[in-house]
Design a protein around this ligand. Structure first.
Ligand SMILES: Cc1cc2nc3c(=O)[nH]c(=O)nc-3n(C[C@H](O)[C@H](O)[C@H](O)COP(=O)(O)OP(=O)(O)OC[C@H]3O[C@@H](n4cnc5c(N)ncnc54)[C@H](O)[C@@H]3O)c2cc1C
Length: 414
């Protein structure tokens, strides 16, 4: 294998995960090259709901979801839908997902998530200050809104569980909810308030600041797509459009696009994607002081700079199909059920969550050798977990064999 360029560490993918890893690596004095065919931070990291959701300890797969899976999947209007054309390809993932939704597995995954998430907010606070994004990060908490009394009752056990793993949550009566967010309609069920959670008023701008900090820390950027990854005696050779290089070590952080690269490194990781959408409504004052999630609708209403962003819902649909206009229409309709007087959406977006059946990422050395580190699969909480992920990757690269990472996220658990 011959290659034109060389680097010490190549980070594949310039989303929030790859960029945070690159920043921490460059700060330790290593030579780092970040490779991405697209502008840094233009994938899932751009269009999300912006919550630093340290309270999001429930995996996507739970006994409740499993019970309702058939109706959820085949109701085109449900917050969790599937593109029928993708069903045959998705079947193995869904089978694993169903197994991970059984009571014991779901509880184990939730406890593992709670462990990973416990320091997410302070880590982001430090990172935001460091990269000059402190004013984008707001500390006004996040809210779950229960439109019906039944949703509030159903949430009781969930909230008790969250408290048991250290999440700070306060129940709000219908009157307290409206006192906290006066523009919301009266509900029967009130809500839950997570006072410690943070949110970003512009995730795209935060990730742009992160990319600038990566550059200042001395890392280089290469515009190219890695298609093949081959181990050679003197490093790992990376090839593809715009890429021809040897790296001593490689970090795969290509989000939902990481499965094939990981396979070439020697890892069979059951990564798939949950497509998610947003619609934005430009307005000077975006109505809310903090993100509000009407839980039965599967999206967040997020006050962002100069716009209200409504972001979320899950569509199992693979990486290649076009966005579904039906999903966007449902999102817009759901937003209007809360705020009937919204203007037409100013823009819409679809992104690919990198999702594993147990809702936990893979972070750590490749089975094929520790010259490749995997760092992807963060699903619904990749923005939240980026700083924690970077710490775990640094530990893995420093090669302390007694401490190769967090047991819940090891790549060969499947
Ligand atoms: C609607 C929605 C709402 C969300 N809300 C939240 C939230 O409120 N809080 C939260 O924590 N998380 C949220 N998420 C999840 C979060 O956005 C993701 O988990 C996170 O952005 C994943 O980051 P990433 O860096 O792994 O992936 P990405 O941001 O997708 O970045 C991957 C990068 O890899 C590049 N790439 C792909 N293939 C290659 C290749 N072959 N070679 C080189 N580069 C490649 C891509 O171009 C891309 O830039 C949400 C997601 C969605 C879709």
């Amino acid at each position: 294998v011959t290659a034109a360029a060389q680097t010490d560490i190549a980070v594949i993918g310039a989303g929030v995960v790859g960029l945070t890893i690159a920043l921490r690596l460059a700060q330790t004095g290593r030579e780092v090259m970040v490779i991405d065919p697209a502008a840094p931070g233009s994938g899932a990291s751009y269009g999300n709901a912006g919550t630093i959701a340290d309270y999001a300890v429930q995996p996507v797969g739970t006994p409740d979801v499993l019970r309702n899976l058939p109706s959820l999947l085949f109701d085109r209007n449900s917050p969790l839908a599937i593109r029928r054309a993708a069903l045959p390809t998705l079947a193995p993932w869904l089978f694993r997902f169903a197994r991970q939704s059984l009571p014991a597995a779901a509880r184990r995954n939730a406890v593992a998530l709670a462990g990973l998430l416990s320091d997410a907010a302070p880590r982001w606070r430090d990172l935001a200050v460091e990269i000059g994004g402190a004013e984008i990060l707001q500390a006004r908490g996040c809210v779950y809104m229960y439109e019906r009394k039944a949703s509030r009752m159903a949430a009781a056990a969930d909230l008790a569980f969250r408290r048991s793993v250290g999440v700070n949550v306060e129940l709000l009566s219908p009157t307290e909810l409206v006192a906290l967010e006066p523009t919301l309609p009266e509900t029967e069920g009130g809500g839950a308030f997570f006072p410690g959670a943070l949110f970003m008023t512009d995730p795209g701008r935060m990730v742009a600041l992160l990319a600038a900090a990566v550059g200042r820390a001395g890392a280089a950027f290469l515009g190219g797509r890695v298609q093949s990854l081959v181990r050679a005696p003197y490093g790992v050779a990376l090839f593809g459009p715009g890429v021809d290089m040897i790296a001593r070590r490689v970090v795969i952080a290509a989000g939902a696009h990481s499965r094939d690269l990981a396979r070439q490194a020697g890892d069979r990781v059951p990564l798939d994607t949950e497509r998610g959408y947003h619609a934005e409504y430009d307005m000077k004052c975006p109505r809310l002081a903090r993100p509000v999630c009407p839980t039965s609708r599967g999206f967040y209403l997020c006050p962002m700079d100069g716009r209200l962003r409504v972001a979320g819902t899950v569509e199992l649909g693979g990486l290649t199909a076009m966005p579904s206009p039906h999903r966007i229409a449902r999102l817009d309709e759901g937003a209007r059920a809360i705020f009937p007087d919204l203007p037409a959406p100013s823009r819409t977006w679809m992104g690919f969550r990198p999702s594993l059946p147990d809702s936990l990422p893979v972070i750590g050395p490749s089975r094929g050798g520790s010259d490749v580190t995997l760092a992807f699969g963060h699903g619904h909480i990749g923005l939240t977990l980026a700083p924690i992920t970077a710490e775990l990757v640094l530990r893995a690269l420093d090669g302390d064999s007694a401490d190769t990472g967090h047991p819940a996220v090891i790549p060969d658990r499947f």
